[in-house]
Design a protein around this ligand. Structure first.
Ligand SMILES: [Zn+2]
Ligand SMILES: [Zn+2]
Ligand SMILES: [Zn+2]
Length: 348
């Protein structure tokens, strides 16, 4: 190992260029014995294509008595258990900067990917995933055009370990008035980068990673999957369209096809890491829908899978991570190497 890369084998911290936050990397700890949770792997259950008790399957009734149509592709509806409400009356308190609160208006929706109860992005044809991306883009435009909606976040909780209450393949969309913490941090960092260096931070970062190759997991003509230099979760990835676009509405049809293909390869590779349906939370960051151009934004998806060393050993964000900063053991480079090898085994 050369002196230039020796630092990578020793404890170090890395800057997240998208948020401005630091993470701790401890590569020497990878071999430490595990004494935590080792619950037995759940047998990969064979799910039916239609489940009469599922509130997302076509033709079934939901809470409150609404009945799903016999949909054949994607299906979008207002969440029956919404975390936000439209037309929340404005209210605010600020007691010397100590007790500060504001009312928040918003809309929550559910996007079913397919009528098939037993599928997942990993097992859907790329053409159907493209249809899901089109539905997300359409929802982004529709919700973003509503008065008082400035942020639209599309996300999927996949698998019981991530708290998904229903295995039917679906995403959620939360659209609200204020910019939430995570995109707000990214917006501040991207704006600062654009102002000081005159370029989009993600365009610049992508070019750097494509040249280095070390953390690239998969790529096609239109999209790149990589383990970011600053990844926190063991097999965390970033999926980025190659051509600059501030949100999904500006991503061309060809690039949406490329994005769909990359998402299919990545999720299929995830399912092979520990030979189990790989749990994750994923979602898109896009420009705010406040009507401003926001050229500092470059649309991207984050995948945050919790599994660490087996189908049952997951990473927890506890202790020093709650009190100090996030920390990881296996390096982003070794995680990328493993995912890259698995992506190469997926037909595409
Ligand atoms: Zn279902
Ligand atoms: Zn860009
Ligand atoms: Zn982001």
């Amino acid at each position: 190992m050369s002196d230039e890369t020796a630092w990578q084998a020793r404890p170090h911290r890395r800057l997240n260029a998208l948020t401005g936050e630091w993470i701790l990397v401890s590569p020497q700890r990878t071999q430490r014995p595990w004494q935590g949770e080792t619950t037995a792997a759940r047998e990969h259950e064979r799910k039916p294509g239609y489940d009469p008790t599922c509130y997302l399957c076509p033709g079934n009734s939901r809470a409150g008595g609404a009945r799903n149509p016999n949909y054949t592709q994607t299906f979008v509806f207002d969440n029956d258990y919404a975390a936000l409400a439209r037309d929340t009356p404005p209210a605010a308190i600020d007691d010397d900067g100590l007790l500060v609160a504001q009312s928040e208006s918003g809309i929550c929706r559910v996007v079913c990917f397919t009528p098939r109860h037993d599928l997942s992005i990993a097992r859907m044809p790329a053409a159907e995933i493209r249809g899901v991306i089109d539905a997300w883009a359409q929802q982004y435009t529709e919700l973003g055009a509503q008065p008082g909606i400035n942020s639209v976040i599309v996300f999927e909780n996949h698998g019981e370990q991530m708290g998904a209450s229903n295995p039917h393949p679906h995403a959620q969309i939360w659209a609200n008035a204020s910019i939430p913490n995570e995109p707000a941090k990214e917006q501040a960092a991207a704006t600062a980068y654009l102002e000081t260096r005159g370029t989009c931070v993600l365009c610049a970062y992508l070019a750097r990673e494509l040249a280095a190759q070390e953390r690239i997991v998969h790529r096609n003509e239109h999209a790149v999957v990589l383990v970011p230099f600053w990844a926190i979760w063991p097999f965390e990835t970033l999926v980025v369209p190659r051509v600059h676009a501030t949100a999904l509405d500006r991503v061309t049809p060809q690039a949406r096809d490329g994005l769909a293909a990359a998402m299919r390869v990545l999720t299929a590779a995830y399912d092979r890491v520990f030979d189990v349906a790989f749990p994750y939370s994923m979602g898109f960051h896009q420009r705010p829908t406040d009507g401003l151009p926001h050229d500092e934004w470059h649309v991207h998806a984050h995948y945050y899978p919790p599994l660490l060393r087996s189908a049952t050993v997951r990473k927890y964000m506890v202790g020093y991570e709650m009190l100090g900063m996030p920390q990881r053991d296996i390096t982003p480079e070794s995680a990328a190497e493993r995912l890259r090898a698995l992506c190469a085994t997926i037909e595409h």
